[in-house]
Write a protein that binds this ligand. Structure first.
Ligand code: PEP
Ligand code: MG
Length: 318
């Protein structure tokens, strides 16, 4: 099976009816870029930058260290796009105790991701400058996690402008970036107009979107059986986000675990998704599903799945 999949490495991911699909990699460290290329990724759809911040005692990475790391990832992808997500610590991705108090009753509902970045502007500006500087070395997309409020969006965009102005003042070279937001809080998935007004692209974080829609802690084994990507409410939010982006001509991808789950590839294609970002090890298996799919027929079927009260039953039978 592995050998058979390997033969698909250089085959373009196109459905039987001619729809091109973009298969991207999720990475955690700059060195993973090599793995992503070797796995046939056409870019990085999610660089989880928090892994540069984790496992460190006493001191976060400074601008230079971050710049070097992002630059390595960008250069490692050899001209292909790299989506760098600003730091998403907290909840399932805690920092060292000396850097941040992560002992909260509900860390997943607390000061994580963009909320933490906005609470510590100096730290956020440092990261933004490093990302903007790395963008001088290739195609960089800047992705912001866990946004929900208009005010957070305004503050984030203001910080990005400020970071550019600081680099201008220092006379430091930086590059252009496309700006994207993660859709991973139900409130965001229900405020798409706001997000489409301010961002170039959206990326659906299904891991958190499922957690917050169903009130299921993604890290709690005792409720893992209720963590359901196929709950009709989750599918509605995913489907609406894809449809709205397509209607407005904006890029949209899924970068949660759903994107790398081959049992869901056909459904996501049917919902109109054309960009999937996943663990590099999943890329060829997902490509195989794409090659076997007729997107037009899947769109008709996906409508039925969306209307079903138990979508899992339809997936088993299909
Ligand atoms: C997600 O929530 O789906 C996602 C991709 O982000 P993370 O898993 O890093 O929270
Ligand atoms: Mg997330």
């Amino acid at each position: 099976e592995r050998g058979r999949l390997q033969r698909l490495l250089h085959t373009p991911a196109v459905t039987m009816d001619g729809e091109r699909v973009q298969l991207l990699a999720n990475i955690e460290m700059p060195e993973d870029a090599a793995l992503a290329l070797k796995a046939g990724a056409l870019g990085v759809g999610l660089f989880r930058s928090e892994f540069l911040f984790m496992g460190r005692q006493g001191k976060l990475p400074d601008e230079e260290e971050q710049y070097q790391a992002y630059k390595r990832a960008v250069e490692g992808m050899k001209g292909l796009p790299v989506t760098i997500r600003t730091v998403d610590v907290g909840a399932d991705k805690p920092l060292d105790d000396s850097l941040r108090d992560d002992a909260h009753l509900n860390p997943a509902l607390g000061l994580r991701a963009i909320r933490w970045s906005l609470a510590d502007p100096a730290m956020f500006l440092t990261q933004l400058r490093a990302i903007l500087r790395a963008a001088a070395h290739g195609q960089v997309h800047l992705l912001v996690p866990m946004l929900a409020h208009a005010r957070e969006i305004r503050q984030t965009l203001a910080h990005i402008d400020h970071a550019r102005a600081m680099l201008d003042n220092r006379g430091v070279v930086y590059g252009p970036v496309k700006l994207g937001a993660m859709i991973e809080i139900p409130a965001a998935a229900l405020s798409l107009k706001l997000f489409l007004k301010h961002f170039d692209f959206l990326s659906i974080g299904t891991n958190d979107l499922i957690q917050y829609t169903l009130a299921i802690d993604r890290a709690d084994e005792s409720v893992a059986h209720l963590y359901d990507p196929l709950h009709p409410a989750v599918l509605q939010l995913v489907a609406n986000t894809i449809a709205e982006c397509r209607a407005q001509g904006k890029d949209v991808s899924v970068c949660g675990e759903m994107a790398g789950d081959t049992s869901l590839t056909r459904l996501l294609l049917g919902l109109g998704l054309r960009s999937f970002s996943m663990h590099p090890a999943q890329i060829l298996a997902v490509k195989q599903e794409v090659l076997r799919s007729d997107a037009g027929k899947l769109a008709v079927w996906a409508e039925q799945v969306l209307a079903s009260e138990d979508p899992a039953l339809l997936l088993v039978r299909h």
